[in-house]
Design a protein around this ligand. Structure first.
Ligand code: NAP
Length: 271
């Protein structure tokens, strides 16, 4: 659905900022002439503005002034300086959407020293191919109209999940770190294939195809992981023999401990 009345600003055109720009333009959520972008790296700003035919601002303040919905896609370390620059242009009619990991809604409100609607979003790296699951949390000033805008914007890079901010660190561990966790496990399978005498190339091909195929089946058939596992685990068969080892060595406890460690680290980084 095309958003009407929205003048969108994207500040920070790195991996994530550009993925969002690509998504909203490709899905026609916003017309290119309603989108103003800014990045401190002049070459990046030029390239993005040319690639998506969107307006390039001369400063973050200029991008904020031109917009009524502003996506903040810079690194957390740059947040303070950025908010100091754009604070004069923020009011209760301007929606701020921050994708900065670990930066709390209350911090954003505090640094700008006024009340305005803020949505905190945690996308994941699958945004690069339009398959993110982005979690959205709102501060108390976000009206229904702004929530609808945020949902529409982030649906253009995948699916969305709304949650209270208190769950953000857990979501970060599961969804932000999740791709890294899954790849670590896939690497272990590749190592096992190497030990069985496969070349690096073949090991990678076999396991990447198995992983992709399994994800597709899960998606297409709408099965739960448990249902899918049961379908391929026949009594007395090979899968059952392998899973017995996972159970004996308590793989699920290891996974839970890894998720907990990631949550604790997210809490530390958010302080
Ligand atoms: N990558 C992920 O998978 C992921 C997932 C979830 C959330 N996030 C969050 O998304 C944000 C962006 O991540 P990213 O991976 O896209 O980072 P990135 O590639 O480093 O992009 C950030 C860009 O913003 C620029 N910038 C810095 N200060 C600025 C300012 N005041 N005004 C305009 N542009 C400015 C940076 O330039 P310099 O390089 O010169 O600083 C850089 O080009 C981070 O806060 C991160 O926590 C990322």
């Amino acid at each position: 659905m095309r958003l009407t009345g929205v003048k969108l600003g994207v500040i920070g055109c790195g991996n994530m900022g550009e993925a969002i720009i690509r998504g909203v333009i490709a899905k026609k959520v916003i017309r290119p002439n309603r989108l103003t972008v800014f990045d401190t790296i002049a070459g990046k700003l030029r390239a993005v503005s040319k690639r998506y035919k969107v307006k390039a601002a001369g400063s973050a303040a200029e991008a904020a002034k031109a917009s009524n919905v502003i996506i903040i896609a810079v690194k957390p370390k740059d947040a303070h300086e950025l908010f100091t620059a754009i604070a004069p242009f923020l009011n209760k009619h301007t929606l701020i959407i921050s994708i900065m990991a670990g930066v709390q809604l209350s911090w954003i409100q505090g640094v700008a020293k006024k009340r305005f609607p803020v949505v905190r979003v945690m996308p994941n790296m699958a945004a690069l191919v339009g398959s993110s699951i982005s979690s959205l949390s709102y501060n108390t000033c976000v009206p229904a109209r702004h929530k609808a805008i945020a949902r529409e914007l982030f649906s253009s890079i995948g699916t969305i999940y709304e949650t209270e901010e208190a769950k953000k660190n857990a979501v970060t561990a599961l969804v932000g770190s999740g791709p890294g966790f899954l790849m670590y496990i896939l690497e272990a399978f590749i190592e096992a294939a190497l030990e069985e005498g496969f070349s690096g190339n073949d090991a990678h091909r076999l396991l990447a195809a198995t992983f992709k195929g399994t994800a597709h089946v899960l998606d297409r058939l709408g099965l739960s992981p448990e249902d899918l596992r049961k379908r391929v685990t026949s009594k007395g068969g090979t899968t059952e023999a392998g899973i017995r080892v996972f159970e004996r060595r308590r793989l699920n406890d290891i996974v839970k401990e890894a998720v907990r460690a990631a949550i604790i680290r997210a809490e530390e980084l958010g302080k």
